[in-house]
Design a binder for this molecule. Sequence first.
Ligand code: PEP
Ligand code: MG
Length: 362
Amino acid sequence: PPQLTGDFGTLMEWVDRFRKLKVRTNADTPNDSRVAREFGAEGIGLCRTEHMFFEADRIAAVREMILAEDVEGRKKALAKILPMQKGDFVGIFREMKGLPVTIRLLDPPLHEFLPHEDKDIDALAKTMGVTPQSLRAKVDYLHEFNPMLGHRGCRLGLTFPEIYDMQVQAIMEAACELTKNEGFSIVPEIMIPLVGVVTELARLRENTVRVCEEVVAAYGVKVEYLIGTMIELPRAALTADEIAREAEFFSFGTNDLTQTTFGLSRDDAGKFLPFYVETGLLEDDPFVSLDQNGVGLLVKMAVEKGRATRPGIKLGICGEHGGDPSSVIFCHQIGLDYVSCSPFRVPIARLAAAHAALEEGK
Ligand code: PEP
Ligand code: MG
């Protein structure tokens, strides 16, 4: 495992004396969490849960859940996933030893979960006791032309509330168990993705609180939790004062916010963006270095609006920009509390945060 020793370790000690921004990591496995902690991460700013659903031993149950006929069918499939999901969070909480952990509820493009091959559809139809034809029809119905602008993020959590309920139950059971049996002190930060309208967050917050309180009561331990949201759509940034009524924290998802502000697909931009940068139409790739004139303005506006409604609101960034030096400096300047980046970029983010603080003091 990486260790920050020798001159590198000394440099990191120095930078930590100056920086004001906290540096967290994006991690969704115990191993990544450990690596990041060894690089100095002060928590997890984004634990994505999508990959967990693709694990070989649960993708069949996930498909069954999405394609179930009714709520009962979905709940039956989710009951199979719950113990595994709880294990995911126990592993991550243990590695982070009480540091803050923000877990984002499921945000997949739905089509990635759907079975397409005949053999997968046949097998699933057998498990579910339906005909392959009816299952194929359901898969076709769920097909989307623009999945990244479609049935993802909190939209999925609203139309299939059982999924988020299961995840919240798993998060809180993991936290309660570690608190009760291993003396941990964990305050899970539960994050709702892709909110555009405050009513989405209000409804999901209500569900989340209900499940959290049920679990806490069942365990008979005192475990607190925070509920917050990603700000990754222009509408969310523009209405951040309303959204802050329902959120104890914001995390800026600048990957999606760049995509939606520019109207530029993050998955296809590579085809012509290099031309733009080479010929000077754009100074930098906005997916790498935060576009301070456009996307940055939305972030800055949301910071001000969020703090106006809720002065103590916690503010961070968890898009790829959280590990890019010039973007980290911008995050310091607009007063975020933390940046979150992939484990191997944590030292760079710590250094950039110190540069920003020193620059300011000049
Ligand atoms: C983002 O959109 O910036 C983000 C962090 O979420 P994801 O990359 O998972 O969409
Ligand atoms: Mg996103």
